[in-house]
Design a protein around this ligand. Structure first.
Ligand SMILES: Cc1cc2nc3c(=O)[nH]c(=O)nc-3n(C[C@H](O)[C@H](O)[C@H](O)COP(=O)(O)OP(=O)(O)OC[C@H]3O[C@@H](n4cnc5c(N)ncnc54)[C@H](O)[C@@H]3O)c2cc1C
Length: 403
């Protein structure tokens, strides 16, 4: 049976996040963006009060126990106001918490997932390196076993929350021979604490978008990580990294959908305020066309991420569908943001209106968690039979209570 209705819980969550973001974030976001300020107290404090950090983590592990559609709705509402808020959800709630939930031991979940889900600790995801983005097998970070510990050495770059997160999911080679052969079954995953000796972080100073967010790098110089902090088994790191992306991409898809809606709403408002040739610019057919495309993109993007959330709730594999949702929504958000600036004319080219910020913010998501080109190739490869998803040892727990 197909049911397009949101449940009462979904609606309440959507409304609550929308009201909080409009009241407690929107009035301050332009200044935070201008000052490149990660407003930790206001944003992290507010999201913690709302229970967003562990929104889809079961209550047994300190979370709110809501379904995956709720996670998507929260991301859509957050990015409607600013991308930096949704990025926190992507790395903390999506890439990190849901991966710990699926792959963590009971002890790891108690030690790391519980405080993360409660918002006591922030968590990030460290895959990218200066020489390895799309080509994740090119990472150079190594983890060498010494007794009951691993010594991690390497550098991770373009890491969201690098300067503020407490825990990171880090990927490193544990098998030197496989590193030489680029065989990803030589990569393992680790939980690394900021407080470990030899860990240092800093900001990406030249970044020009998502300026109210924190993005940086971290270095590990022989960081001693206890062996019980390996997530999954030795050699499962690459699979875990890709599993995490299935969760992160879901939040990016739903967030970018919110950004399309923000562009649409700002454009509709402006098109009724601004007059040229004696009429509101909304009366011009070419302006209508841009606004109409924003609506079709918004509705299509929303259906795609909702389907992906539904598949997650059902406990079904969704790598393909989530990738499609992420690809479509991020490319649509870039189109919508460009057109929103266009509709605002010169005013769109200034910081007086939010659409310039939307334009700067949208581009990151077309790059991270699989670039537009990588997703294009992936979708073609599914169709051509060059790619298929095989069952994983650990899967995301389903959440069927709403269906
Ligand atoms: C704001 C921001 C936040 C980020 N946060 C994180 C984070 O928290 N954690 C993390 O691990 N990473 C993070 N990243 C890094 C991000 O995941 C990488 O930037 C991304 O994977 C792309 O890698 P790259 O930048 O090295 O580009 P490259 O891989 O060098 O790609 C350069 C260009 O070549 C194209 N290209 C590459 N390979 C192919 C191919 N086979 N076929 C066709 N075209 C190709 C790409 O599409 C792109 O257009 C973040 C990035 C940004 C911008």
């Amino acid at each position: 049976m197909i049911d397009f209705d949101l449940s009462d819980e979904h609606r309440l969550l959507e409304q609550t996040v929308r009201e909080w973001a409009a009241r407690d974030v929107a009035p301050y976001i332009r200044e935070n963006d201008r000052q490149h300020r990660f407003d930790r107290d206001r944003i992290v404090g507010g999201m913690k009060k709302l229970g967003l950090f562990g929104i889809s983590v079961p209550q047994d592990y300190g979370g709110a126990g809501m379904d995956y559609v709720c996670l998507g709705l929260a991301c859509e509402e957050l990015e409607y106001v600013d991308t930096s808020l949704r990025v926190i959800m992507s790395v903390h709630a999506g890439l990190n918490c849901l991966t710990l939930l699926a792959w963590g031991t009971e002890a790891q979940k108690q030690k790391y997932l519980v405080p993360q889900a409660q918002g006591e600790k922030l968590a990030g995801y460290g895959l990218t390196e200066p020489g390895a983005g799309s080509d994740a097998r090119a990472i150079q970070t190594v983890a060498i076993k010494r007794g009951d510990r691993y010594l991690l050495t390497g550098e991770k770059s373009w890491i969201s929350l690098a300067d503020v997160a407490d825990h990171f999911l880090v990927f490193a080679w544990t098998d030197a021979a496989k590193k030489q052969q680029r065989d990803p079954s030589g990569i393992s995953a680790f939980i690394v604490e900021r407080g470990y000796k030899g860990f240092a972080s800093g900001p990406m100073k030249e970044k020009w978008g998502i300026l109210a967010g924190n993005t940086g790098y971290f270095t590990m110089d022989g960081v001693e990580v206890p062996e019980e902090n390996m997530l999954g088994r030795p050699g499962e790191g690459f699979k875990i990294a890709m599993f995490a992306l299935d969760q992160g991409r879901f939040t990016v898809a739903s967030g970018a959908t919110g950004l399309v809606r923000a562009c649409r709403d700002a454009s509709v408002k402006y098109a009724k305020e601004r007059k040229t040739f004696g009429v509101e610019i909304g009366q011009h057919q070419l302006v209508k066309q841009m606004i109409a495309h924003m609506e079709s993109d918004y509705q299509a993007a929303r259906l795609l991420w909702l389907r992906s959330g539904w598949l997650k709730n059902e406990g079904r594999r969704n790598t393909r569908e989530t990738g499609l949702a992420k690809w479509f929504a991020t490319v649509a958000s870039e189109r919508a943001a460009g057109d929103a600036v266009q509709i605002h004319g010169a005013n769109g080219y200034s910081d007086e209106y939010p659409v310039g910020r939307f334009f700067r913010n949208c581009k990151g998501a077309v790059i991270y968690e699989g670039t537009r080109e990588i997703h294009t190739l992936m979708q073609a490869d599914y169709l051509l039979g060059y790619r298929e998803d095989r069952p994983l040892r650990c899967e995301l727990p389903p959440h069927r209570s709403h269906n």
